[in-house]
Design a protein around this ligand. Structure first.
Ligand SMILES: Cc1cc2nc3c(=O)[nH]c(=O)nc-3n(C[C@H](O)[C@H](O)[C@H](O)COP(=O)(O)OP(=O)(O)OC[C@H]3O[C@@H](n4cnc5c(N)ncnc54)[C@H](O)[C@@H]3O)c2cc1C
Length: 454
């Protein structure tokens, strides 16, 4: 008899944790496991700002999918661009562009999220996100290029726009990105004797009245004080009204001359969810507490792409926030539930009480709230780095990250610009490949054609 086919979409926190557990707990004869993913690594996203600032190399947070003694999952290099839950088929676009399909018995959807954008004129053309390794590497190059170009320019207006940097989004991603990149320019400018450090400005904006409200009032204020002490101009209750190639207009009427707009104002579920004709909540796929998708037999979803009921907060419509902490643990519950459904046992609900937040602002600056205990300065930094370091999946990744941290602490950074994409900067949708997806009707058409072809 053919083995049941388990197809996992995505190789992030949720997908990899699920697959590793399936590999450990199912014998090879019990199921055929496949994973569709555009990249052959799991990206450790919380350390991405440190790649942008050059503290870590890109390779150190790209954790190999194949380095595991039990690795037996077949990896399909590509992206799922549509799901037909009635036909139990997933449409795939391979990394070289050809389309194919995968039939499944159990489908695990973990395609994560993309940068959430709004209808702000010029935003999608001129803003860059902080969601992929390519974006982080590109941003680092771009920021160093602004220093190089300002240094070479005699034009005051050009210099001003190259030395002004704008980050939108006061959550942990935006705050860490602004803090880490400001440290980069602060140290790098010493190598540019003609540039006045006082002319470099960093702006962090958020529409909300507080930075990272989940930190609580006192730690949130501490984070704000650290940023302001370092010269980052934080504007709350403010966002971007219009973005252009050389200036950013704010909702309070200010016009900042700037050629760098970094957009980290939240995430939206992967567009793959929109190909399914299924119920969503704020764009995330509605699932039960057992992580199953109602009306879609054999389909499970979790992580940033799914609206998972947060039973630890009492359910009642609360859904889990899009964090690695939840995605990873949902991956474990899901593997157990897939195994339970293969073996005809009852599924268990996902319950996890939030463990808190760690925010690394670069150097010895940090604020953390592990298990509700507020920390700042070195203890917070030790907790933040210790937490991330221990969460890295392989010994090699741990060694790379630790070596990078030590090397950076001892030898600093050379601020070398690699020359990525300097002539034609890619846009958000090119970095995150958001226009690759089919409509639900196109997906159905695809499976009809498959059936007709026999
Ligand atoms: C800068 C930054 C800092 C963060 N810091 C923290 C933090 O400190 N703590 C915390 O808990 N969380 C943090 N997060 C959030 C956390 O990283 C996410 O919540 C977590 O990664 C979600 O896990 P996931 O498995 O759902 O998605 P991801 O980890 O994003 O994985 C999604 C996977 O799916 C793949 N994929 C996407 N589309 C497709 C497709 N169509 N077909 C196939 N594969 C696809 C992707 O390549 C990726 O492998 C941070 C996020 C960012 C961006």
């Amino acid at each position: 008899m053919a083995r049941p086919r388990i197809l996992v979409v995505g190789s992030g926190f949720a997908g990899v944790e699920c697959v590793r557990r399936l590999e450990r707990r199912l014998s090879p004869g019990e199921a055929d496991i496949r994973m569709v993913t555009p990249n052959a690594y799991q990206l450790y996203l919380p350390l991405l700002p440190q790649v942008a600032s050059g503290v870590l190399t890109p390779q150190s947070i790209a954790v190999s999918l194949r380095r595991s003694s039990r690795h037996r999952t077949r990896i399909i290099p590509g992206a799922a661009i549509g799901v037909d839950t009635a036909a139990k088929v997933c449409v795939i676009r391979g990394i070289t562009g050809e389309e194919s399909h995968q039939a499944y018995d159990h489908l695990v959807l973990t395609p994560g999220s993309i940068t959430r954008t709004f209808d702000v004129p010029g935003l999608t053309e001129h803003a860059r996100g902080m969601k992929t390794l390519a974006e982080a590497a590109y941003l680092r190059d771009h920021v160093i290029a602004q220093l190089d170009l300002a240094d070479a320019s005699q034009d005051e207006a050009e210099r001003a726009s190259r030395l002004c940097f704008v980050v939108v989004g006061g959550g942990y991603a935006g705050t860490e990105t602004a803090a880490c990149l400001q440290r980069l320019t602060h140290h790098a400018v010493r190598r540019y004797p003609r540039l006045d450090p006082g002319r470099i400005s960093w702006h962090l904006l958020d529409l909300a009245p507080k930075l990272m409200p989940e930190l609580g009032d006192s730690l949130g204020r501490a984070a704000l004080d650290i940023l302001r002490r370092r010269g980052i101009q934080v504007s709350l209750g403010v966002s971007v009204a219009k973005a252009g190639p050389e200036e950013v207009t704010l909702t309070d009427g200010r016009v900042l001359p700037s050629r760098t707009l970094i957009w980290t104002a939240g995430v939206a579920a992967s567009p793959l969810i929109g190909t399914m004709d299924a119920e969503t909540e704020r764009g995330r796929l509605v699932v039960t507490a057992q992580l199953t998708v109602p009306q879609a037999p054999g389909v499970f979803a979790l992580g940033d792409a799914a609206a998972v009921p947060d039973l630890a907060r009492g359910g009642n419509g609360a859904i889990c926030p899009p964090t690695a902490q939840h995605a990873l643990r949902q991956g474990r519950t899901l593997a157990d539930n897939v195994i339970a459904s293969l073996r005809g046992r009852p599924l268990r609900p996902y319950v996890h009480k939030d463990l808190g937040l760690v925010v690394d602002l670069g150097g010895t600056d940090a604020v953390s709230k592990p298990l509700g205990v507020p920390l700042r300065g070195l203890p917070a930094q030790a907790v933040a780095r210790g937490y991330h370091w221990s969460a890295l999946r392989t010994g090699v990744a741990k060694t790379r990250v630790m070596t990078n941290w030590l090397l950076n602490a001892v030898a600093g950074d050379d601020f070398v610009r690699m020359g990525f994409q300097s002539a034609k900067p890619p846009r958000l949708r090119e970095f995150e490949r958001t226009d690759a997806y089919l409509t639900p009707a196109q997906v159905r058409e695809h499976t009809r054609a498959l059936r007709a072809a026999g």
